[in-house]
Design a protein around this ligand. Structure first.
Ligand code: SG4
Ligand code: ZN
Length: 236
């Protein structure tokens, strides 16, 4: 589908299902994470490959819904960043990282913890290697692995700090894309430890303009019902 969707107004998240059926499914994302209800599990540590190979070749674009950082199309296969282990069933290849943020620092994350919002949330989107591309992977229930990272306000940030210092504690559940068409194809990993950003840095994001010509703010979907799903937690 290609019907207009937005985070406020007539096409806000409460109305996405009118044009995107799947947004009304039983395994939607994001969710509210309740740590005391999460089931402890002995996942292997998350293994990130090629995450330290960067370059001047990273592109940052505003696509009207978010800011998206990706690698060039001709990036060599052997250098592609990937994630495996951590309870994932296969190797998942990096596709892009994007952001969700609020108008103020008290909201902006998509996932919440005990109903607490962080100021922003990063999503590292990866596709299952066996499907060859992001496009192919989005029609399979084991198509994507997204790593979610909370952003807390503070005063220092270097780009290396886009991932938390410790990856050892994370939540794991089966969910969906958090934007239309809301396909239920994502194994979600949400790290417990946040990274930090300054109010000034988030102010830069809030200057961006959305597809509709408004300020690009509050581009997060509210938590969706668990509908009996189990949230697992790894803590080393
Ligand atoms: C954002 O709208 C990105 O622009 C989309 O990326 C992304 O879709 C979508 O969010 C949903 O991703 O981690 N929040 S999420 O569930 O990655 C995909 C693109 O359209 C398929 C490239
Ligand atoms: Zn996202």
């Amino acid at each position: 589908g290609s019907h207009h969707w937005a985070y406020s107004g007539e096409d806000d998240p409460a109305h996405w299902y009118n044009f995107y059926d799947l947004c009304n499914g039983n395994k939607q994302s994001p969710i509210d994470i309740v740590p005391s209800a999460a089931k402890p599990q002995n996942f292997l540590p998350i293994h990130l490959g090629n995450y330290d190979t960067t370059g001047k070749s990273l592109t940052l674009i505003n696509n009207g819904h978010t800011v998206l950082l990706s690698l060039p199309k001709n990036y060599a296969d052997y250098r592609m960043p990937f994630v495996r282990d951590g309870g994932l069933t296969n190797q998942f290849i990096f596709a892009q990282v994007h952001f969700h943020w609020g108008a103020e620092g008290v909201r902006g994350s998509e996932h919440t913890v005990n109903n607490k919002h962080y100021a922003a949330e990063l999503h590292f989107v990866h596709y299952n290697k066996k499907y060859g591309s992001l496009g192919n992977a989005t029609s399979h229930p084991d198509g994507l692995a997204v790593l979610g990272v909370f952003v807390e306000l503070n005063d220092t940030l270097s780009l290396r700090d886009l991932l938390p210092e410790s990856l050892s504690k994370f939540y794991r559940y089966m969910g969906s894309l958090t934007t239309p068409g809301c396909q239920e194809i994502v194994v979600w990993t949400v790290f417990a430890d946040p990274i930090t950003a300054s109010e000034h840095q988030l102010a830069e994001f809030r200057q961006l303009i959305s597809e509709d010509g408004d300020n690009l703010i509050n581009n997060y979907r509210p938590p969706q019902p668990l509908m009996g799903r189990t949230v697992h937690v790894r803590s080393a």
